[in-house]
Every structure is written in C-alpha cells, then in structure tokens.
Design a protein around this ligand. Structure first.
Ligand SMILES: *Cc1c(COP(=O)(O)O)cnc(C)c1O
Length: 380
C-alpha cells in the first residue's frame, strides 16, 4: 500500500536491515524474520529478499493474504523459505491458500482447527501447522485447559501436522516484569511438553525481539524477531536500553519545504491559532500532514524535524497535507529544500523512539504508518 498524492519520501536502507539481522542471529539460534504488516512499513518483498540474502529461511507474516503475496514473490525470485501466518486463517477464503502456497498457519482455536481438519480431509493433503498457545497474552491461542481436547482432536485429524508450537510474550521488554515473562515460559514449556508427549516433534518458538536480547532461557528452537530488524529497540527508555546497542535504523522520512515566510510577533499560525509567535519569526511550510501519516496528534507536542542540518521545532496545528516549522535561525532555507521527519544523518538524526515519544506511541506504529508513503530502497 502506498500513498500516491503527497510529497513524503521514505528511504529504506536494506543494508541496515541485513546488519540488524546479523546482530540478532548472534544472539539467537534460529531467527525467524517477522515481516508482517508490510515489514512494519519497510516493504514486504524488499525486506524478505534482504533477509534471505543473510540466510533467513523462515518468515512470519500477518494475514494469509499477505503470505500468498510473499510466496508468489519468493517463487518469482527462486527463493525457498518457510512462511508462517501469525494471524492464521480468518475468512473462509483463507483456508485453501494454506495448501496451495505452503503457508504454515498459527492455529489457536478449535474453530480454526476444525476448518483446517475438514479442508485437509477433503483435499487428502497434509498441512503443517504451528499450534498457538496462550500463555498470558490472552489474545489468541489454546490455554492449558484446552490441552486434552486439543490432543484428542489432533489425534483424530492425522492430516493436520503440528510442526511448530508458538506463544507470544506480553512484557518481555519490561525489566520490572521478568516474573510474568518467566511464568509465560513455564506455561509454554508445559504445553509444548504435552504436545511432544503425544508424539508431535514440534519446533518451539516463544521469543520476540525483547526476549531474543534479554531472555536467552526462552530461546527454545527458534525465535521471532521483528522490531529490531528495523533498527529500533524495544527497551527504549528502560534500564535495558543498552541491550539494543548496535541496531541501525532503516527508515528515513523526508519531504519538501513548500514556502518560507515571516510570522510577526504576536501572530498565530494554522488552524485554531494554538501557536502565537513570541518574537518576529521565519516559518517554513512543510509538505507533511496527517493524510501522509504525520499525525495531527503531534501538534504542539514539541516535535522536531531536521532542516538544513539543524533541529527545528514544529509549530501550530498539523494540517491534512502541511505543517509548519520554526526556521528563524536558518536564514538560508528555501522552498524546495528537504525537511527530515524521521532519521537523517549523524547525531542529530531523529529516532523512531523520539518521534514516537512526541506522538504518544511506540516506534512500531511510527514505522507502520510513515511506511505507507512512497518508498525508495537503498543499500540492497
Ligand atoms: C509482531 C510479532 C512478533 C515480533 O515482535 P517484535 O517485538 O517486533 O520483535 C513476534 N511474534 C508475534 C506473534 C508477533 O505478532
């Protein structure tokens, strides 16, 4: 998906993603590349190819539909890889492609299980699945009490083949929540043990980025790394910040300045007049607004951007396709110059976490949203 009516240019540095994957591999044993939601806005196909070049042999995507798109692309490039769908089949149309495009679905409920069993029987073809357990996230997955019925139903559906067991951690990024993480690990081991006891030789994976970096005890056979691939750390602002050292940001977002003009002391700018010039100022009108996923919620929150190599504050309400920045101290700024909203060169670069802080969210959301703008890829 791409916004086609605007001026924001998102640059994706694929060599940064490759470097981050190598760093993750140095911690984990078998790192599955999590590239759901268009690789967190970084480009599903391009990121998959970059990771495959680093030896990544398994990709986790969201919907089955996204998995189908990825499989077609990988086939066209001659790349062999396992594809797993974290969401699993949702709509009736999601089932047949699991066989046709060899997608390993997370199966986390009896309804999904009955559907795949029925399809497998009708097709007469086996389907490898990942059994999804709920160990504390309370989102998707079989819980401990489901085990007897789960094993019984699996026993009656021999074409449904559990090859993996998965669960998801809720608090692995929080240094104060280690007890909860370990409790999730304990429940996971119990449930994986029950599957193995019934004869299913499953590959267990529980760890996300935070657990790959902070909880080596929970690595099991494979790990699912997402946010770190894109150069952001899940530990920003915590006592574990150092664990994200060495990650290289991969996304930059910049746009054009369309006007530069004076704003007299005491005058306001943009809708609602929420900003009043405290002195005679020069403002730049920047081609970025909430329709380009530069959220209106950033208005008046102290957000900064990079213009002419300097940090400048955003001022006034953010409009649909424009916003303003204070460039009073930059006499050489002209229309047509770049304004960098995310990333940039050197120590002044705006990190995903910083932008997320002004935005009141996390880097994950900043990447997913800004990544909907037109992208160019570098460093392949
Ligand atoms: C998104 C996701 C991940 C990756 O998490 P990160 O924090 O980005 O590493 C892993 N597992 C599941 C089930 C997910 O949905």
């Amino acid at each position: 998906m791409s916004i086609l009516y605007n001026k924001i240019e998102v640059r994706i540095d694929l060599s940064a993603i490759r470097s981050n994957y190598r760093l993750l591999k140095s911690h984990g044993s078998h790192v599955i590349g999590v590239i759901k939601a268009d690789a967190y806005g970084h480009g599903l196909f391009e990121v998959a190819e970059a990771l495959a070049a680093e030896g990544c042999d398994t990709f986790a995507i969201g919907s089955v539909e996204e998995g189908v798109a990825l499989r077609k692309h990988l086939l066209s490039k001659g790349i062999k890889a396992r594809i797993m769908s974290l969401l699993g089949p949702v709509d009736p149309e999601d089932y047949a492609p699991l066989w046709e495009y060899e997608i390993i679905p997370f199966i986390g409920g009896f309804r999904q299980l009955e559907e795949v069993a029925g399809h497998a029987a009708r097709l007469g073809r086996a389907l490898p699945i990942s059994v999804k357990f709920d160990t504390g996230m309370a989102r998707l997955g079989f819980v401990e009490e489901d085990l007897p019925r789960l094993l019984e139903r699996l026993g009656e559906a021999p074409l449904v083949r559990p090859v993996m067991a998965s669960s998801h951690l809720a608090t692995a990024d929080d240094p104060d929540a280690v007890d909860f993480v370990m409790e999730q690990g304990r429940r996971f081991e119990l449930m994986v043990g029950a599957l193995r006891g019934a004869g299913y030789d499953v590959e267990a994976n529980l760890a996300n980025t935070a657990a790959i970096l902070a909880h080596p005890k929970l690595h099991y056979q494979s790990q699912r790394g997402g946010i770190s691939l894109y150069g952001a750390s899940p530990f920003a602002g915590t006592a574990w910040e150092h664990l994200g050292a060495g990650l290289v940001p991969a996304m930059q977002a910049r746009t054009r300045i369309v006007s530069v003009h004076p704003l007299k002391k005491g005058h306001t700018i943009s809708y609602g007049g929420i900003f009043t010039a405290p002195r005679d100022m020069t403002v730049a009108i920047v081609a970025a607004g909430y329709a380009d996923a530069y959220s209106r919620g950033l208005s008046g929150r102290g957000a900064q951007m990079l213009i002419g190599g300097r940090r400048v504050p955003q001022v006034g309400r953010i409009c649909m396709q424009m916003c303003a920045a204070d460039v009073t101290d930059l006499p050489d700024v002209r229309p047509g110059d770049w304004a960098t909203l995310l990333g940039g060169e050197g120590p002044l670069a705006i990190t995903g976490d910083e932008l997320a802080g002004w935005w009141g969210t996390i880097s994950y959301e900043v990447f997913c949203l800004l990544g909907m703008n037109r992208r160019v890829f570098i460093g392949a």
